[in-house]
Design a protein around this ligand. Sequence first.
Ligand SMILES: Cc1ncc(COP(=O)(O)O)c(C=O)c1O
Length: 373
Amino acid sequence: MFRNLIAPFEDYSQENDFFITKIIRNIEKVLELKSEHEHEKYIESFEKAFAEYNGSKYAIAVNSGTAALELALKASGIKENDEVILPSYTYISSALAVSNIGAIPKFVDIKHATLTIDPYKIQENINNKTKALMPVHIHGNPCEIDKIMEIARKNSLAVIEDCSHAHGAEYGNKKVGNFGIGCFSCHSSKIFSGMGNSGLITINNAKIYDTIKKMTYVKNNPELILSKRTPCKIDVMQTAILGAKLPYLEKIISRRRKIAYEYMKNMPTDIFYQKEEKKSRHVYRDFIILSKNREKIKARLHENSIQAKIRYNFPLHLTEYYRYLGYKDGDLPVVEKVLKKALWLPISYAMPERKIAYICDLITKYMHEYNSK
Ligand SMILES: Cc1ncc(COP(=O)(O)O)c(C=O)c1O
């Protein structure tokens, strides 16, 4: 059925085609490096380039977004049984990073319009065990980060931004990852991606930079020998790929924004789509619509060789794994409602505009049939 898709949900090869010459040139350069020291220098030059792109003092490249979050939490002094507030509407890894280090995820609700964490709900959930906030710039849409930073300042809380979907996203002309500690996934499915797993951390504080840097190295250094460390530096080959794509990241973002605008322009009025947070630049890692008819819409699109997906099926606060936290149905009503309706439409750097009008036309026709039943 999906052999000749008009719009696949994802096709890494199509996007890589645009950058292939540059990627191969960089891989050749890496193959010519002579020592671990030269690998480290190569990685450092990529880290500098990303920090510069992001307007951050420092960047550290690691082997996944989850590792980035765990390192940032640990460097912020988060310990066992400390509470970290985060949205329940996110990928499981945001929460796993918290529970992996023995801390407790405190799930809160989101704003329906933007699908980002609700600052008022953050405020309501702070208690004396709360030690950090983890806003997630979900689907590439920056959270209301000025309000969140104000809450953090008033309550002396660390802020770890989950920027996994949001490379290049901005709030008030400042790139995400500069408000708290920025944690990015560069997994193949992200808008700025290597091949397989990798991630990045952005930092503006020299002490935190130093702490994280030391945690990422496993060496026979007597100063470090007693600390717990697991290798989590980035693979040098991933930096070859990421380094080749970095000069094109702005182009990737403007293309995705253009596709999103085409969707918004052509979408029938009775279909809700995620709204851009005020003062922000959404980078559209995902384009999300909400409809109680999502299964039917998905099926109609599939019949026409368009692949749409339901990526998060279940609110994190109600998963089996987090049952011990005691959440019940109805505790976070917006997340629970959204997750019954959310549908991910295809969006990629390689997607021609005419396909978007066609996809919206199929949805409009379906809605027309549904409304006239
Ligand atoms: C919101 C969010 N946070 C964290 C992660 C974890 O990133 P990684 O898969 O690179 O560990 C992901 C990955 O999909 C994500 O979507």
